[in-house]
Design a protein around this ligand. Structure first.
Ligand code: HEC
Length: 241
C-alpha cells in the first residue's frame, strides 16, 4: 500500500503544530506588550539605552559574556535568585522589549546580570572586574579581558591620569606605566551600568484584590483611558453620583 499521503500528512501536522506552539502562541502571549509609564518617575519603561551602552551590548556579545552570565531572574520558589539578591523581582517579558537581540544566556558560571546596574554602582569595580577579576576576588573563575585596556608609558615625572586603574602589588604595571580602559571597556561598562530590571509593575508586584464588601469597588477598578501605567487602582475612591 502507498503510505506516501499518510507520511506527508504526519509531517505536515508536525510542522504546523510546532509553528503554532513556537511562533503563534508566544506571539499571542507577548506580541502585544508595550511600554508602561512608571507612576513614580513619569518615565516610560523600558527606556532606551544610551548609544555608548548599545555599543557595549555588542562588546558583550563579541566577548561571549553570555556563555557564563544570564540576564533572567527566576521567580521566588523556582530558584534562589532573589535570595542571592540578583534582583528585587523576577524578570518579565517587558524588561526585554528594547533589546535586540535579547542576551538572556543559558548557563550560569557567574552571577545573573539582569539587575547588575542597580547593585554595582562603582565604575572602578566594574573596570577592575573586566581587567582581572582576581584583583578583587583572589580565586575568581572569571576570565581576564586585559586587551580591552591599554598599558601606556607615562612621561617622565608625570603622575598617573585620573582614569588609570588603581592596581597594586602583583597586578601593578611596571614603574612608569599606567593601565587605562580602552573604548570597548568603557562601552561595556556603560552597558553593564544600564542593566536594571527593578521597575515596579502590576504584573510583578501584584497587589491583593480589594475586599469586595462595597459596591464602590467595581467603580474604582474600572479601566481608565490613556496609556497603561503601573499605578495600582485606587481601592477606597469615593463614588460621586
Ligand atoms: C568563564 C565564565 C565567565 C565569562 C565568560 C565571563 N564571566 Fe563574569 N563572572 C564569572 C564568575 C565565575 C564570576 C563570579 C566571581 C567574580 O565576581 O569574580 C563573574 C562575575 C562577574 C561580575 C560581577 C557580578 C556581581 O554580581 O558582582 C561581572 C560584572 C561580570 N562577571 C561581567 C562579565 C562580563 C562583562 C563578561 C564578558 C566580557 C564576563 N563577565 C564573562 C564568570 C565569567
Amino acid at each position: 500500500m502507498n503510505q506516501g499521503p499518510l507520511v506527508f500528512l504526519g509531517v505536515f501536522a508536525a510542522v504546523i503544530a510546532s509553528w503554532l506552539g513556537l511562533v503563534i502562541v508566544p506571539h499571542l502571549q507577548f506580541g502585544q506588550q508595550d511600554m508602561v509609564v512608571l507612576e513614580e518617575t513619569g518615565e516610560s519603561y523600558p527606556g532606551g539605552r544610551s548609544g555608548l551602552a548599545l555599543q557595549g551590548a555588542e562588546v558583550y556579545r563579541e566577548q561571549g559574556c553570555y556563555y557564563c552570565h544570564t540576564q533572567q531572574v527566576r521567580p521566588a520558589g523556582e530558584g534562589p535568585d532573589l535570595k542571592r539578591r540578583w534582583g528585587v523581582r523576577r524578570t518579565v517579558a517587558r524588561d526585554y522589549l528594547r533589546d535586540q537581540p535579547v542576551l538572556l544566556g543559558q548557563m550560569r558560571l557567574g552571577p545573573d546580570l539582569a539587575n547588575l546596574g542597580a547593585r554595582e554602582t562603582n565604575r572602578t569595580t566594574l573596570l577592575l572586574k573586566l581587567y582581572n577579576a582576581r584583583v578583587l576576588i583572589p580565586n575568581s573563575l572569571m576570565p581576564r579581558y586585559p586587551y580591552l585596556f591599554e598599558t601606556r608609558k607615562l612621561p617622565p615625572g608625570a603622575t598617573p591620569s585620573g582614569d588609570a586603574l588603581p592596581l597594586v602589588g602583583p597586578f601593578a604595571p611596571p614603574p612608569g606605566f599606567e593601565v587605562v580602559p580602552g573604548p570597548d571597556a568603557l562601552a561595556l561598562v556603560a552597558y553593564l551600568e544600564s542593566l536594571r530590571a527593578e521597575a515596579r509593575f502590576y504584573e510583578v508586584f501584584p497587589t491583593p484584590p480589594p475586599k469586595a464588601d462595597t459596591n464602590q469597588v467595581q467603580d474604582a477598578l474600572s479601566p481608565t483611558n490613556g496609556p497603561p501605567t503601573n499605578a495600582v487602582p485606587a481601592t477606597n475612591a469615593t463614588v460621586t453620583p
